[in-house]
Design a protein around this ligand. Structure first.
Ligand SMILES: [Zn+2]
Length: 477
């Protein structure tokens, strides 16, 4: 859980600043608590610590029990003080306020509600207003304190979002209890994490703040990976499996990075902290009837703007053989070097070797190795000739031959390497795994498209170091 010093309340200019324990106590004191709070708290703490540790030799104490109990106590004391301070302030009673609908809402008394906060459950009493026009009530203070979207406080919501981005909702609930002492039901974790992810997705569409870049070469990697979804999400769609409807939907991923660093052998190496991710289950296909780019293309364009991609002196697009990737590059990045990710290219050769000589055979291994060497060394004519030999008898060999013939210009690896370009996108491969698969493709998971996209948005923001910026905008907006 974050340290208290990480809490940054807004001052009256809307600026946020650090709040230490001392100033927190001063805040509590200055607002109506005349004197004695600190003294009382200190005395209470000293007495409780004595009681916890006891009079015996220290060698005998169960320190874990002491630290756990002491932390709970600290939270309880501060929680109590904070709630008391907030509840003593009745400045939110103003007779009437303007409702969101524009009509006047009338004050009807104070209402209690329990919020889950980083300090544990707090009961807050807020002035309640009723709007006759909407036939609904609300507490203006909830909005002021960032409590209007749920029963979770901002800090509790942030913890929930960060943990649910990493592990299942059930596991998140367990860890929140074990680590932060928060009692949040898995269903609530799910709802809140999804709402947060949707807010991040909305923020990503709305806010494009170009980030400074000094990179000489910027890379855009595009890839897709299947996410297991509920039956209802695939109805009416064509499946990959011949025996029935599809069980997955494709999440598409755009990764931008630079690799101006070099290893000992002079090969390009991904620059630390240069990677950003943007992904969603979204269509990238262009329909004749539509005049605007498909949703995923728009997403990639936003990412390119954010990264000032077109300002880079050199640009490259990497991907597998999928048509939409090269269509996108043709339309939007005419100056970029197009490169088929060598990992994908070699995968095609593995598959062809298996189809021709049988899985796991020595012949398949030897043939596959030769073809991969030819690919690495730019002996493309030999590679195509070797595939041609089997094209008539093996459909997979024919498919592979077509693939290599069609993408030949994008597989000039010796040339790309000589120009210091990255050809093996460990970055792209790892991106699909770390952004999508690790969280969304575990056994037994069946996502709704909305739910998957919310969690993907959350993960992308965190992995791209953009979560804090989003949170800042959310708190101040
Ligand atoms: Zn209203």
């Amino acid at each position: 859980m974050p340290a208290l010093s990480a809490a940054r309340p807004r001052d009256d200019r809307g600026q946020r600043r650090d709040l230490s324990v001392t100033t927190a106590v001063r805040h509590i004191r200055s607002g109506g608590q005349k004197k004695g709070l600190q003294t009382t708290v200190t005395a209470e703490i000293t007495a409780e610590v004595e009681r916890l540790i006891g009079a015996g030799p220290l060698d005998d104490i169960d320190f874990e029990a002491v630290e756990t109990a002491a932390r709970q106590m600290a939270l309880r004391i501060m929680g109590h003080a904070v709630a008391k301070r907030l509840n003593a302030d009745h400045s939110d009673e103003t007779g009437c306020v303007v409702c969101g609908c524009g009509a006047e809402a009338r004050y009807t008394g104070r209402r209690r509600k329990t919020f889950t906060t980083a300090l544990g459950p707090l009961i807050l009493e807020r002035a309640w207003y009723h709007c006759e026009h909407c036939a609904e009530g609300f507490a203006p203070r909830d909005r002021a304190l960032g409590l209007d979207s749920s029963s979770l406080s901002p800090a509790a919501l942030r913890m929930t979002g960060l943990i649910a981005a990493s592990v299942s909702f059930a596991k998140s609930s367990e860890l929140l209890a074990a680590l932060a002492g928060l009692d949040i039901d898995p269903k609530l974790v799910e709802r809140q994490a999804e709402a947060l992810g949707e807010a991040i997705a909305e923020d990503e569409r709305r806010v494009i703040e170009p980030e400074p870049s000094k990179a000489h070469t910027l890379y855009l990697g595009l890839d897709g990976t299947g996410v297991p979804v509920r039956k209802s999400e695939t109805q009416g769609r064509k499946g990959k499996q011949p025996d029935g409807p599809p069980k997955t939907r494709e999440a598409k991923l755009a990764v931008v990075w630079s690799a101006d660093s070099r290893d000992h052998d002079g090969n390009p190496v991904k620059d630390p902290d240069s990677v950003s991710y943007n992904a969603a289950i979204e269509t990238a296909a262009i329909h004749d009837t539509e005049t605007e780019p498909p949703p995923f293309a728009k997403r990639v364009l936003r990412e390119l703007e954010r990264r000032r991609f077109r300002d880079a002196p050199r640009q490259a697009v990497l991907g597998d053989g999928a048509a939409w990737i090269w269509n996108f590059a043709d339309e939007h990045l005419p100056n970029a070097t197009r490169i088929v990710d060598i990992f994908h290219a070699k995968q095609h050769l593995f598959d062809a070797a298996k189809a021709i000589y049988g899985t796991g055979t020595d012949l398949a291994a030897a043939w596959g190795k030769q073809r991969r060497d030819e690919l690495d060394q730019g002996r493309f004519d030999q590679l195509l000739a070797a595939l041609q030999e089997h094209a008539d008898s093996c459909p997979e060999a024919q498919r592979t031959l077509d693939y290599f013939t069609n993408n030949r210009e994008k597989m000039r690896y010796p040339d790309f390497r000589a120009r210091g370009l990255c050809v093996s996108t460990g970055v792209l491969e790892a991106g699909c795994k770390s952004v999508i698969a690790e969280r969304l493709k575990n056994s037994g998971m069946h996502w709704t498209v909305n739910g998957a996209n919310a969690v993907i948005a959350l993960r992308c923001a965190i992995r791209s170091n953009r979560f804090d910026d989003f949170w800042e905008r959310r708190a101040t907006g």
